[in-house]
Design a protein around this ligand. Structure first.
Ligand code: ATP
Length: 131
């Protein structure tokens, strides 16, 4: 299976984080670095979250939103573009000994988050209405 190969059979050294959805692995899929989120089990709530995330993220593209590259319902995994500097939360918290972000950069990030939120609100409304 491609996801197994991409993560070297979920080798612990390829694990990059732990989130609400479970473990996140770095992987190489079709010569591309990716981040792979694994759902631990298929409870009805997590299944709905999985479907929602696939439904919304696969239909939106924005420079300030991580790109969902694909998903694999059989292995309950979501495949995202790999963020070399970690996620925003990690950068804000200076995880991995990264230097603190200057306030000018933080202000810029806040503005860009607003732009992504406006984009999502206008587009998810259209998606929800099935237009
Ligand atoms: N695309 C990515 N590229 C690099 N690292 C990532 C990526 N996505 C997640 N990670 C790592 O995995 C950790 C957990 O991921 P995240 O917080 O996104 O999980 P989650 O709680 O399932 O997400 P969500 O916010 O969608 O509920 C992050 O702190 C980060 O270190």
């Amino acid at each position: 299976m491609e996801i197994n190969e991409a993560t070297h059979n979920f080798d612990p050294s390829w694990k990059i984080g732990e989130g609400r959805y479970g473990s996140v692995y770095k992987g190489i899929l079709r010569h591309m670095h990716v981040a792979i989120k694994m759902l631990p089990s298929y409870g009805s709530k997590t299944q709905l979250d999985f479907q929602d995330e696939v439904e919304v993220l696969s239909r939106v593209r924005h420079p300030n939103l991580v790109t969902l590259i694909g998903n694999c319902p059989e292995s309950r995994s979501l495949v995202y573009e790999y963020l070399r500097n970690g996620c925003l939360e990690d950068r804000l918290a200076c995880k991995g000994n990264t230097p603190p972000l200057p306030w000018k950069v933080r202000t810029c990030i806040a503005t860009e988050i607003c732009s992504a939120l406006v984009f999502l609100h206008s587009n998810t409304l259209v998606l929800c209405m099935g237009m």
